[in-house]
Unconditional design. Sequence first.
Length: 321
Amino acid sequence: MALKIGGEIEFDGRTSEGLDRKIDAIVGELSKFGFKYLSLNRSISLIEPDLALTDHKIASFFSGGLDSTFTAETNLVNYLVSVRGFDIEYQNLDLWDAAVKNILKFSKKTKTNPLFLSTNIRHISNPILSWGSVYHGTALGAIAMVLPLGIETTLIPSTSALLASKPGYLGTGSHLCDLLSNFGRNTITDKEQSRLEKIDLLGRMGKEYALRSLRVCWENLDGEYQCGRCFKCILTALEFDYSGLPYRSSSLAEIVNFKDVLGLRPSISQCFFLIEDYRVARKLNLNRNLRRSVKLSLLVICARSFVANYPKRWLKQLLSS
Ligand SMILES: [Zn+2]
């Protein structure tokens, strides 16, 4: 946010030597997200050597969604870090309380320790920057640096292999995570995989309770815990349909068809999720009828975007899928 505004900035507090050394490289990495930054004169009040960590615990960010559930279930994780103010609005205490109940059940089942934090970073920064495509990686990285001392490694769940391969769409990535590893700690992006591969693997691992309790919705239309109608809800229902699993998480539609997908108005980055799942379904030869519906829907979305004169790069991606 400081880089967007420019000018003088003073860090009033301690900063690690490692972070100080890497600031210019972090700025270089952030500029890949299509951002024109202003120059910054920074002054740091106290630079300290990295910490001598005595324990080697592993933490992972956890919202209860598919990506963080997959990371928690497929890695040896000691702590689940859940943050009010990230995918749930800082002021939305009712939704947060409902999510916490779900997270506590999951942590009990997986024998992990829950850590709950809150931040108003999005409340302050969203009017200036895009959370999804610019700064969520640095926000997670900053929190990783202030977790309890026993935590040596913090995992950031991956989002999408396809999206991660497109510079400028995803405000995080393994290189940025590496630069944010400071104070003697490691911050690591979990292996990039498609959402459909994650559901498929969790299903084959027999993680029914984890898949049933997913909380994927972040639009929460009409204030619902999981609305079943927003892009993320429809996308996840689609992924359950592709996978052929006999169950799904609560409130998600039973059958997703051509009409459901056609009714979506996806953004450019959301289109990548539809394309990536379609490609994986084709590779794994899953649900041929559904694939046909999705392909037709993608073509209609493509035609609609052509009429609306949307960016050419989106059309190119759609047509090549
Ligand atoms: Zn929803």
